[in-house]
Design a protein around this ligand. Structure first.
Ligand SMILES: [Zn+2]
Ligand SMILES: [Zn+2]
Length: 498
């Protein structure tokens, strides 16, 4: 550990302690001094550590419940810095936070689904488990998990309900069982026979809007393809089954030729150890090559993001030397020099035009002042979109699934601006999935190009691409709608036309 740059003696000592004992005494001490609920309060948009500490000290607020109660009953009046306007904003923030945490992000839900499937396979090595429900449709957040298993042995249900991951049986029927699974997700497992496997999978995949559009009463079908064929339509991919016109399109044989993961030729938003990434540019290049990419962009943070060790012009020029060295060893991989440049509060960029014009890829991002009113936030971002050196905006609404709601911004206005100035809007394929499907749908319809990036802070994160592609498919995206589905020469032209 001592050889790792940036790890100080204190961090190393604590890591050693943790490895040896499974605990860190300082952490235990801090936990004993601060009620755990304070961390929840800290997640309310508009509250920082200082304000949370003040509320704890002056009003004894140590949980999100107490905070909500005080907010409603006027209990915050008289606390310095909590005027009527702040209180109004906090009420909005709290409401959106409740919406955020009620559902599990897709990325986490897939983890739960995999653990569950592996556990069940441990008991029954030959079992076939098919994803259904919102998991199969690739929804960004999930309220529950659904699986369909071919077979008629009711003991399968007992095996499922007996898994250690199951907290509680909620319902058990002849062909199906519902259980509450760690960390609090309802999981339904349904058995299907060879005769009704298609209709069972179809029904449990949904969505309700799609089922209603297609047919209320359906007989037994062995495959989903047979269902659609029997109704004079082509098979509708699960991601499209949302009642957004897919049924009419399928009957008219006008479904889009949906984007596939293999259409993606590279990643235009990644980080390295130059800012807050965990891997060197060379390690990231190795992974990009292993994934068969034609290109990727190194887009570390800019200096305003000091906690992420953001780069100024001088360090960007230093970095260029390293990129050139690595590039020389990877003749089949184009490494773009880029930046994820902070959009400052007033809509100007964190770095000046001189350095930005040296770069191949300039991303504009909001990482601060999340609480601006919608008009100001929108103006700020439109100003950045209009900057001639900006290529696209990353994670345009700032949301982090299960953690942070989006800030107030008029996405339709961002799409208009992007269209007007010929800029792109990202689908961030990490735990953000931002643009979300409906926004990406509108952007695509407006003819705005969409890069799908993983925002990888480590080589392993490149594989999150899958979630971004699924979101794009839910937005009816074809390869032509996606910036990084372009071959290198076309992309280079697009990047250069400024
Ligand atoms: Zn970012
Ligand atoms: Zn980033």
């Amino acid at each position: 550990m001592e050889e790792i740059e940036g790890l100080g003696a204190a961090t190393i000592a604590k890591s050693r302690e943790f490895l040896a004992t499974g605990n860190v005494r300082l952490l235990a001490y801090l936990r004993s001094q601060h009620p755990p609920g304070l961390l929840d309060v800290l997640r309310v948009p508009g509250l920082g550590p200082k304000k949370v500490a003040l509320l704890y000290k002056e009003r004894g607020i140590d949980s999100i419940e107490k905070f909500a109660e005080n907010l409603e009953n006027g209990g915050l009046e008289g606390v310095a810095g909590f005027g009527p306007k702040t209180i109004e904003n906090l009420k909005t923030g709290l409401k959106r936070m409740a919406q955020v945490s009620a559902r599990l992000p897709l990325t986490s839900a897939v983890g739960v689904a995999n653990r569950l499937k592996n556990a069940l396979r441990g008991k029954r090595p030959d079992i076939e488990i098919h994803d259904a429900g919102s998991l199969r449709r690739g929804c960004d957040t999930l309220g529950n998990l659904n699986f369909v298993v071919p077979g008629d042995d009711p003991a399968i249900l007992d095996d499922f309900l007996g898994l250690p991951i199951v907290l509680e049986t909620l319902e058990k029927g002849e062909n199906s069982a519902i259980a509450k699974v760690h960390p609090g997700l309802a999981v339904e497992l349904v058995l299907a026979t060879p005769h009704n496997f298609g209709s069972t999978l179809w029904f449990h995949t949904g969505s309700r809007a799609h089922l209603e559009a297609v047919s209320q009463n359906l007989g037994d079908f062995a495959t989903e393809a047979e269902i659609y064929a029997s109704l004079g339509a082509t098979l509708i991919p699960p991601e499209l089954r949302e009642g957004r016109g897919e049924w009419e399109a399928a009957r008219a044989r006008k479904l889009p030729q949906l984007l596939e993961e293999r259409d993606i030729k590279g990643d235009l938003h990644t980080h390295s150890t130059w800012s807050d990434g965990a891997a060197t540019i060379r390690q990231m290049a190795e992974t990009a090559t292993a994934r068969g990419y034609a290109y990727f962009a190194v887009t570390d943070h800019s200096k305003a993001l000091a906690m992420a060790n953001g780069l100024n012009a001088a360090r960007l020029r230093e970095q260029a030397k390293e990129i050139a060295e690595v590039q020389a060893d990877f003749p089949d991989l184009k490494i773009f020099r880029g930046i994820e440049c902070d959009i400052l509060r007033d809509g100007t960029l964190d770095l000046d035009d001189e350095i930005l014009s040296e770069l191949d890829v300039v991303i504009g991002s909001v990482h601060s002042a999340f609480n601006l009113p919608e008009t100001l936030q929108t103006e700020r971002m439109v100003k950045a979109i209009s900057h001639p050196l900006v290529h696209f905006i990353a994670h345009p609404t700032g949301r982090v699934l299960g953690v942070r709601p989006p800030y107030d911004v008029d996405v339709a206005a961002l799409i208009d601006a992007a269209k007007h100035f010929g800029k792109a809007l990202e689908i961030n394929a990490s735990e953000r999935l931002d643009l979300k499907d409906e926004h990406a749908f509108a952007a695509r319809q407006a003819g705005v190009l969409i890069p799908i990036d993983t925002d990888a802070h480590s080589p392993k994160m490149f594989s999150n691409l899958h979630f971004g592609v699924q979101t794009a498919r839910r937005a009816w995206c074809e390869a032509k709608d996606v910036l990084n589905a372009k071959p290198l020469d076309e992309l280079t032209q697009w990047l250069a036309r400024k």
